[in-house]
Design a protein around this ligand. Structure first.
Ligand SMILES: [Cu+2]
Length: 351
């Protein structure tokens, strides 16, 4: 026993005097007493080192934060980033004896969703979303579809209560429109509201790749909702092009710009396969229509869930100046450790 204690004391003295801390590991043995000696030595030796370690950890955390913040700042500073191609452009009809004629050509193109990021798109008239069709309730409309795709296709007018033969669903209401063929849809526009048109053939692929667009029907008799300063269409998608607003991902999404005191209308349309709770900072939204149908009791919210196929119309009174984040609140659709991306834009209320 005394031999052991002596040995420990000797070791303690040695370790205290030793400038070479690294030796401690080699000195430790299987003996309990040796282990406690090592513990004492370690607590003595570790004390000055601990302060330095904390310093290093804080410096490393700061360096990490700086690197991550720089990526976030870069993506936000790039907004609104320029890309080639713009979707949802209003298509002017040709008039044929009182009929409004719209021609849609479906074909494969390259589409830039964010700077430098090109994807294969299947598009109407070389844009994603396809051109915006805007008509009035009761007008006669002809839509001529030209298929230049490598697959059959068809156009469904989503939300319009059309005669059956015009509903655009292959093998339910018509034959598929084969590559190289065309098909003519013609009808009197029955119901007003925010509607859509899209492929209804191999649609998980074709709509995901861009065969979609807004079909907006102004009511026969304008309502107070039509009396706004800006009317924005917001088509959401989440297919192979990523998380997009009107065919673009942040920072290439377009900001909504209004002046203080103005009233804006936003028409959300979800052409994707997931829900997207749209969240506006700084001001609330007043929901005025669902799937084109005016609500008898408009209600307010700041987060509006938009499910696949749904359209929601909201009014925002721009009472709060500034640049306000406006994004999908399923956060992996909007932000990563590299910064914001996908379903993010801003409402800019200018003084
Ligand atoms: Cu989302």
């Amino acid at each position: 026993m005394s031999e052991i204690l002596k040995s420990v004391a000797t070791r303690r003295a040695f370790l205290r005097d030793s400038a070479k801390v690294a030796l401690a590991a080699g000195v430790a043995t299987a003996c309990k007493q040796d282990a406690s000696a090592t513990t004492v030595r370690q607590s003595v030796a570790a004390h000055p080192a601990a302060a330095g370690g904390a310093h290093d950890a804080a410096a490393a955390a700061l360096a990490n934060a700086d690197a991550m913040d720089a990526m976030h700042e870069k993506s936000i500073k790039a907004f609104p980033a320029k890309t080639s191609g713009k979707g949802n452009q209003v298509l002017a009809p040709k008039l044929d004896k009182g009929v409004k004629v719209f021609e849609l050509t479906a074909k494969k193109i390259q589409w830039e969703t964010e700077p430098g990021h090109f994807v294969e798109a299947w598009a109407y008239n070389n844009q994603v979303p396809g051109p915006q069709i805007r008509v009035r309730q009761g007008e006669r409309v002809r839509v001529i579809l030209h298929n230049e795709l490598p697959e059959s296709t068809a156009v469904h007018f989503h939300g319009l209560e059309l005669p059956n033969a015009m509903d655009g669903v292959p093998y339910i209401t018509q034959s598929p429109v084969k590559p190289g063929q065309k098909f003519t849809y013609e009808f009197v526009v029955p119901n007003a509201g925010s509607h859509m048109y899209h492929s209804h053939h191999d649609s998980a692929k074709q709509v995901g790749l861009g065969l979609l667009g807004a079909f907006i029907v102004e009511p026969r008799t304008p309502t107070p909702a039509e009396n706004v300063d800006h009317d924005f269409v917001f088509v959401l998608n989440d297919g192979p092009h990523g998380y997009t607003f009107n065919g673009k991902s942040f920072p290439a999404t377009e900001p909504l710009v209004a002046k203080l005191g103005q009233k804006i209308r936003i028409r959300f349309m979800n052409e994707g396969m997931m829900i997207h709770p749209m969240h506006l900072h700084g001001m609330h939204m007043t929901v005025i229509a669902k799937d084109g149908w005016p609500l008898s009791n408009p209600w307010r919210c700041d987060t509006l869930n938009v499910a696949p196929g749904e359209r929601w119309d909201v009014i925002v009174s721009c009472t709060n100046p500034g640049t306000w984040a406006f994004h999908c609140h399923i956060l992996p659709h909007a932000e990563s450790e590299h910064g914001m991306f996908g379903m993010v834009t801003a409402l800019v209320v200018q003084k």
